[in-house]
Design a protein around this ligand. Structure first.
Ligand SMILES: Cc1cc2nc3c(=O)[nH]c(=O)nc-3n(C[C@H](O)[C@H](O)[C@H](O)COP(=O)(O)OP(=O)(O)OC[C@H]3O[C@@H](n4cnc5c(N)ncnc54)[C@H](O)[C@@H]3O)c2cc1C
Length: 415
């Protein structure tokens, strides 16, 4: 084993998971991050407009996200997640006013599809059996090439769930990526699709303990330290040019590039990466939710897609939200607040609010874009890639990002 330093560029979850794995195995690690904080697209921060600490986006983890949970166990952040004993998802149809709860049974044998009070109203067991077609999808197929889109099951369950999982309309979304999510969650039974909720935000649960772990194990973290260019020679990275100086790489030193795809493209010659992105926006309202409101509600026939109830705020997520990129913010906040009123039974004036738009929240999980994702290995001997956009087999998710960091770390350990 080499005794060189592993330079990890980017302190999002991919970079942090690589760093955690490497320091744990006794490797010398230096993390370089452009921003003044870690977490990248999954971070908590104080939002003055609300007077509250919020996440940049409401993130949902499921109990089937095994690598994310193992990461949380390792860094000591798991106790900060609320883990319900059983899977249950509340839904509300804004048009009809109907509420229902989806309750998959714990085990792998899905007997819940035969129980009327556990499935979507006006669906039958056979509708669910038809979903198995997704699991044998080919690389060019979209979700709706495999499953029917003119059914109640599609409009009331598969569309909202896969829209959130893929962050693109399932009509254009990769059936293989959707299948990967289903295979690791719903297909394994309710035990694997319990929603995990970070009541105090994902920064305290996923990011801060990771930083403490890395520092405690002797890793170094440099913030405000943007990588500007990489110097190449003899098929390897020879030096890293940062905003404030250059680091020459020794023969045993290695690099894990854990920056977003659009940055990696500018740093590594001829790198093929996804080129299309989809937005997500979150609308946050400083209003304590009624006690009766469930922590997460899926909403259909509305702009609101998922309503999250935190202790002192209500928060809405809208995926594949590019159509709202130029929308005026206040009318949007008012529209969503009016919807929340109906969903949660609240009659109150618009409270303090903030809308956070992430224009490049994830790559577009279409078959074409999925085909552009590179593996962790590169043609450069001492350089590996990590990030939710690399070829993890999953859509751009926390689970995928953490897995990608672990893959890159493993490759660095055996190099
Ligand atoms: C609004 C929103 C909601 C989401 N919801 C969910 C969800 O519910 N469930 C889920 O599983 N996933 C969700 N995701 C996706 C999830 O957040 C991402 O998949 C994950 O955080 C990506 O991590 P990453 O490390 O691959 O990339 P990033 O978080 O983008 O990390 C890359 C890091 O590199 C740094 N960097 C960039 N350039 C340089 C440079 N030149 N030098 C040094 N550092 C640099 C960046 O500052 C950043 O910290 C959501 C994402 C968003 C934006």
């Amino acid at each position: 084993m080499t005794a060189g330093t592993v330079h990890i560029v980017g302190a999002g979850l991919a970079g942090l998971s690589a760093a955690v794995a490497l320091v744990e195995s006794g490797r010398k690690v230096v993390v370089h991050e452009l921003a003044r904080h870690a977490g990248g697209r999954c971070r908590s921060y104080f939002e003055p407009a609300l007077g509250l600490t919020i996440d940049n986006g409401n993130h949902l983890l499921l109990s089937g996200n095994g690598h994310a949970l193992a990461f949380l166990d390792r860094i000591g952040g798991r106790h900060l997640l609320d883990e319900p004993k059983h899977a249950a998802f509340n839904f509300f149809d804004l048009r009809s006013g109907e509420h229902w709860t989806l309750r998959p049974n714990d085990g792998r044998l899905p007997w819940w599809i035969f129980a009327k009070d556990r499935r979507v109203p006006n669906t039958g067991a056979l509708d669910y059996v038809g979903l198995a077609k997704l699991l044998s999808a080919g690389p060019r197929e979209t979700v709706t090439d495999r499953i029917k889109s003119d059914t109640v099951l599609y409009s009331h369950l598969m569309h909202p769930v896969l829209l959130a999982a893929l962050n693109c309309d399932p009509k254009e979304g990769s059936a293989q990526l959707a299948a990967a999510v289903i295979r690791e969650t719903l297909a394994r039974g309710g035990k694997a699709c319990r929603p995990l909720f970070a009541a105090d935000g994902l920064g305290p649960a996923l990011v801060d303990p990771a930083l403490a772990f890395i520092a405690k194990q002797g890793g170094s973290l440099h913030f405000d330290h943007a990588l500007k260019a990489i110097e190449w020679s003899d098929g390897r990275a020879e030096a890293l040019q940062f905003s404030n100086g250059t680091i020459e790489l020794g023969a045993a030193d290695q690099v894990i590039l854990a920056v977003p795809a659009w940055v990696a493209r500018t740093l590594v010659p001829d790198l093929k990466v996804p080129t299309e992105y989809r937005a997500i926006f979150n609308a946050h309202f400083a209003f304590a939710p009624p006690k009766s409101l469930s922590k997460i509600t899926g909403v259909i026939n509305a702009t609101t897609e998922w309503l999250f109830a935190f202790e002192n705020r209500l928060s809405v997520t809208v995926s594949a939200a590019d159509r709202f990129n130029e929308a005026d913010r206040e009318p949007l906040a008012r529209e969503i607040w009016a919807e929340i009123g109906k969903i949660a039974g609240i009659e109150a004036n618009l409270p303090r609010w903030q809308i956070v738009k992430e224009r490049r929240a994830t790559f577009a999980a279409t078959p074409d874009q999925n085909a552009l994702r590179p593996p962790a290995e590169t043609r450069w001997k001492n350089l590996r890639l990590a990030g939710d956009w690399t070829a993890t087999g999953l859509p751009a998710t926390i689970e995928g990002a953490i897995r990608s960091g672990e893959i890159a770390a493993k490759l660095a350990m055996v190099a």
